[in-house]
Design a protein around this ligand. Structure first.
Ligand code: UN1
Length: 512
């Protein structure tokens, strides 16, 4: 086993407090005595560290402490909670480079994207600081004389945050920054593929909370498998809200368990995002937007571009140019700035991608380029694949979490929109056009049915200021900006009578 001094990636791991062996549970103190899990980097196949998962009993203790911590955290004035989040943002600024590197190393995305992910954490902290003074309720005119009607927002409780490997730290922060100013506490279960980044972030939060004199159990951590720790979160009534990011089947499972006990739920599930390239659009914009959307994070974003629906009159020219761009993809170590694409998250993901390509071929798809395994250390590298396809192919309606981009032709915009909407998922979508009527139709009620619909920019890279999430099988949840904070609080409507008498609503009289 690697020791502290001869570990290969010591320079990345050490500054963030990652030891050779780490305990996977935290609620004011560190604990863990369950299964020991090795963490392998997809970058080079090296073991980065081991994590000791939490047991059921430890989970129970962690949740108990996190729930206890909520009882006092909810009493702290929201702007004071905002000050803690401000400091969390500053600490993340300080560790941006280190954390960005660890994200790259642990899950394989390019460093520039790893840094972008940490930037999203910083941005949502800034957003939440302002929000801590804006948790507004409305007042409404009462139908009764000398009555006032109002609503107010109260902290909800423990928020269970179950995150995916592809945004191992940002997803936590979109939930955490809002939940913290809303007066909730957090119990984080990261993907078993990416526990180290979660450990690093929890250590940062622990320091910040302690510095402000608050119980560090406010940001608790519980590393373990979805089937045990995840399900304990889903079924325990002490968890007021479960925010789950992951696959559609995973969301279906979580949804049933949480709904069964009438817990609150935010689901961020799969996407099958399309870009419509109009003959009235700028091909250069289309190429850049689509290229980044398809190969960014090696096609493993929920928002990755998976389908391009191109007007038949520009199809040949567009495909030729996109193919030329794909040929320029530099593939390899994601920490090397020369590389545009890193590995997939693990060898299983490579198998899934190659199998999907075979299935697509059987269904009539034609590979234009890529889709091959590349012999690099770790065995997780593939070339990004462009494939001519049609919307009747069943696999085109599925989310393959890999860089496979389906190219589809269209003749009328109505047809393109029908193709775009003709999949079970509804996360992100875009149109490339300079025609106002086209973009308006795309954004109208007859247009995209997705939670995100963009014009002249791609499907991925959403800013934190907007609410993030999607419709249909994407699950309907919203995180991040706009008024997504409301999901992290409970709304209370108040009728206040200062008339000195009693008057019933709806004009009802009682002769007693
Ligand atoms: C995800 O893939 O789970 O819009 C989220 C984007 C990022 C978030 C992706 N801001 O691509």
């Amino acid at each position: 086993m690697a020791t502290m001094t001869d570990r290969k990636h010591e320079d990345v791991l050490r500054p963030l407090g990652i030891e050779a062996r780490n305990l996977g549970g935290f609620a004011g103190e560190w604990m863990g005595s369950g299964k020991v899990q090795p963490v392998i980097s997809p970058v080079d196949g090296e073991e980065l560290a081991t994590v000791v998962n939490v047991t059921k009993d430890e989970f129970d203790a962690i949740l108990g402490r996190c729930h206890e911590a909520w009882k006092s955290w909810r009493l702290v004035p929201a702007p004071k909670r905002g000050e803690v989040v401000k400091d969390l943002g500053n600490e993340l600024r300080e560790h941006k480079e280190a954390l960005g590197r660890l994200v790259s190393l642990e899950m394989g995305k390019c460093l520039r994207e790893g840094l972008g992910e940490v930037q999203e954490m910083i941005d949502i902290c800034d957003f939440a600081v302002g929000l801590s003074r804006q948790l507004y309720g409305l007042t409404m005119p009462s139908e009764r004389r000398r009555h006032r009607l109002q609503e107010q927002w109260h902290p909800l409780g423990v928020v269970g945050v179950i995150t995916a490997f592809n945004f191992p730290v940002a997803v936590w922060s979109w939930n955490a920054a809002l939940a913290l100013v809303c007066g909730d506490t957090l119990l984080w279960k990261p993907s078993s593929k990416t526990p180290l980044t979660a450990l690093a972030v929890t250590r940062i939060a622990q320091r910040v909370l302690a510095r402000h004199g608050f119980d560090p159990a406010i940001c608790s951590l519980s590393i373990g498998r979805g089937s045990d720790i995840g399900d304990l979160i889903n079924t325990d009534p002490r968890v007021a809200l479960v925010s789950y990011t992951g696959s559609v089947p995973g969301g279906r499972h979580v949804g049933k368990l949480v709904q069964e006990r009438f817990g609150r739920l935010i689901l961020e599930l799969g996407g099958n995002n399309a870009v419509i390239v109009s003959d009235k659009g700028d091909l250069d914009i289309a190429l850049r937007a689509i290229y980044f959307g398809a190969i960014g994070t090696s096609g493993q974003r929920c928002t990755s571009t998976r389908r391009v629906i191109v007007h038949t009159s520009v199809y040949e020219a567009f495909v030729a140019q996109l193919t030329a761009l794909y040929a320029k993809t530099t593939l390899g170590d994601p920490l090397d700035p020369a590389n545009l694409m890193g590995p997939l998250v693990d060898q299983e993901a490579v198998k899934t991608m190659l199998a999907a390509i075979e299935t697509a071929k059987e269904q009539g798809g034609k590979v234009v380029c890529g889709g091959e395994k590349v012999d690099l250390p770790g065995g997780c590298y593939v070339t990004p694949c462009l494939m001519e396809a049609n919307s009747e192919m069943p696999i085109v309606a599925e989310e393959t979490f890999a860089p496979v981009l389906y190219l589809i032709r269209y003749r009328t915009l109505e047809e393109a929109i029908a193709i775009q909407n003709g999949v079970p998922q509804g996360l992100s979508s875009a149109i490339i056009t300079n025609d106002q009527a086209e973009s308006e139709l795309f954004l109208s009620v007859e247009g995209s049915d997705c939670g995100i619909a963009n014009v002249n920019t791609g499907t991925s890279g959403a800013e934190i200021g907007g609410a993030f999430g999607g419709e249909k099988e994407t699950g309907g949840g919203r995180e991040s900006g706009s008024d997504a904070w409301k999901a992290y609080m409970r709304r209370q409507t108040n009728a206040l009578n200062f008339s000195g008498g009693i008057e019933l609503a709806q004009g009802i009289t009682l002769d007693i």
